[in-house]
Design a protein around this ligand. Structure first.
Ligand code: N01
Length: 505
């Protein structure tokens, strides 16, 4: 928008300096907004990639696809990026785009209330601020889920959640227990299997594993990426990878499609051909369909669990004792360290922050244990608050950076209407959310995620909470807002009439 078209100088507060918050800072500055503050609860940027530092941490999306579209990186060391390199990438990008100057660190927002047409913000330290627009970029998986296992406080060794890894605890030649078989547990077991004296992998539910290679990029390749922007662009949008993502996301929506059958064949063959001991093979064979839980991509997990130091334990855990983990059959696994790879509370989003919308409506009450948002972005009665990677958005085996960029494209159009003075408040209508939710739930039940397994994709009612349609449909939805789904409120002094005008004061 050119300066002459602008009507209002908006004040923005962005919550969180992770991938989506940094993106917001970059894009807001790019659009000419100067009045922007990003509040970050920690002392560093990075979100997920700051909090997770466990051994073996890797993103299962190819490195070159796991970048902002406008900021390719020629220096990735491998096909799949190690967590520390991703953190480094975000730190570099934050500095390069001057976003670091917008961030207030160690400021956790505890309250965000909409009063008299503005958001009133308060941090744990007592800092107060106001904003016309709030961007909630708080991430999806940021609240650890601790298991409800008796005796957990009795353990005499070191015990911690994987997103709170205690690097002061030695691991080499020790006896380690890993509880959980999600992407995190699998990566840790793979990384530690050669270093430990003994490793017990407590698998309440085995997982299907999708094979993937993870070669290093040679110095010659990296040099070529540095010198050839076209090649780097090609790597970011590598056609084979994009085709795979499209095929995979279509298969999720159509569980009986040939594409899903192909996925099932690959993971079944991988198990058959990789695990030699028939007893272990049967232990590792899931009883639900592939991709029902988030599919795990691993180059070396089956190799790791066949190492002599590794034991796969499928029995139920009875309790944790001073010396280790006691199984229901009475076996005691004596351990020095227990890593809780038990996942995250996936229904939190902005919470535990107290978010209060128009007329004193409390987000916690509105959401309960089934958070929802129109197109994952806007909530009725919470005007001028837009979410990136909010509830009901696409999550899966693809880049959430790409998802956030499309969401930003959409949100920026809502912001532009506020900026042009076409309305003072904008949020989805109740009708639009209800319709979206009805359609979403009907579609979600038919996806592979709803085919009969437990996973963090399911809400408290057991319905997949994720985007249940194709990636293509998501891109189309994000291209341009349908303003009939929005309530646009003007106030006296607003300069342009909106199509659906309503006075509220
Ligand atoms: O967590 P999870 P995660 N006793 O929820 C088990 C992303 N991620 O941290 O299946 C025993 O997947 C639970 O068992 P069950 C990615 O989106 C990405 O591994 O419920 N076990 C399950 O095995 C991923 O999906 C990367 O029976 C208990 C495990 O804990 C998401 O993070 C890498 C238990 C939890 O698995 C979460 O992954 C890592 C109990 N009481 C993570 N409670 C990338 O590569 C729970 N479990 C991008």
């Amino acid at each position: 928008m050119s300066g002459s078209e602008k009507h209002r100088d908006l004040r923005f507060v962005v919550i969180g300096a992770g991938m989506a918050g940094i993106l917001s800072g970059i894009k807001l500055q790019e659009a000419g907004h100067r009045n922007v503050t990003i509040y970050e609860k920690a002392d560093r940027i990075g979100g997920t990639w700051r909090e997770n530092t466990y051994p073996g941490l890797t993103c299962d999306v190819p490195s070159h696809s796991y970048t902002y579209s406008f900021e390719p990186n020629p220096d990735w060391s491998r096909y799949l990026p190690p967590g520390a390199e991703i953190q480094d990438y975000f730190e570099r990008t934050t500095r390069k785009y001057g976003v670091d100057k917008l961030i207030r660190f160690n400021e956790e927002i505890v309250s965000c209330e909409y009063r008299h047409g503005r958001w009133h913000i308060e941090t744990r330290n007592g800092t107060r601020d106001e904003a016309d627009v709030v961007i909630a970029a708080t991430g999806v998986l940021h609240v650890p889920r601790y298991p409800d296992i008796d005796g957990i406080d009795d353990f005499e060794g070191a015990i911690f959640h994987t997103s709170r890894w205690d690097h002061s605890v030695p691991l080499d030649d020790r006896r380690i227990g890993v509880i959980g078989t999600g992407s995190t547990g699998v990566q840790i077991v793979s990384a530690l299997s050669t270093r430990v004296k003994k490793l017990v992998h407590f698998q309440r539910t085995p997982q299907w594993i999708m094979p993937v290679e993870n070669p290093e990029f040679t110095e010659e390749q990296k040099e070529a990426f540095r010198n050839d922007p076209e090649l780097l662009k090609y790597m970011q949008n590598e056609p084979q990878y994009l085709a795979n993502v499209e095929r995979f996301t279509n298969a999720i929506v159509e569980p009986d499609s040939p594409a899903m059958e192909e996925i099932e064949t690959i993971v079944r063959d991988y198990l058959e051909n990789s695990v030699r001991d028939p007893e272990l093979r049967e232990k590792l064979r899931p009883s639900y369909r592939a991709a029902c839980k988030r599919l795990i991509f691993s180059p070396d997990f089956y190799e790791a669990v066949q190492r002599p130091a590794v034991e796969v334990e499928l029995g139920g855990i009875d309790r944790i004792e001073a010396k280790g983990v006691r199984m229901k059959d009475g076996t005691l696994h004596e351990l020095d360290v227990i890593a809780l790879a038990t996942g995250f509370k996936a229904d939190q989003f902005m919470r535990p922050m107290n978010v209060v919308g128009r007329h004193g409506v409390e987000l916690n009450e509105v959401w309960g244990d089934t958070p929802r948002a129109y197109l994952s972005i806007s909530i009725p009665d919470f005007p001028n608050l837009f979410m990136l990677n909010g509830p009901n958005g696409p999550v899966g085996n693809f880049s959430l950076i790409d998802i956030a960029e499309h969401q930003w494209h959409y949100v920026s159009q809502l912001i532009a209407r506020l900026e042009r003075g076409e309305c003072a408040e904008i949020c989805a209508t109740h009708e639009a959310l209800e319709q979206f939710d009805r359609d979403r739930i009907a579609a979600a039940k038919k996806t592979i995620f709803g085919s009969g397994c437990q996973s963090w994709y399911l809400d408290a009612r057991g319905v997949p909470a994720t985007w249940p349609w194709t990636q293509e449909r998501f891109y189309q939805a994000m291209a341009e807002p349908d303003y009939t789904a929005y309530e646009l409120v003007t106030r006296p002094g607003s300069s342009v009439e909106s199509p659906r005008q309503e006075e509220v004061l």
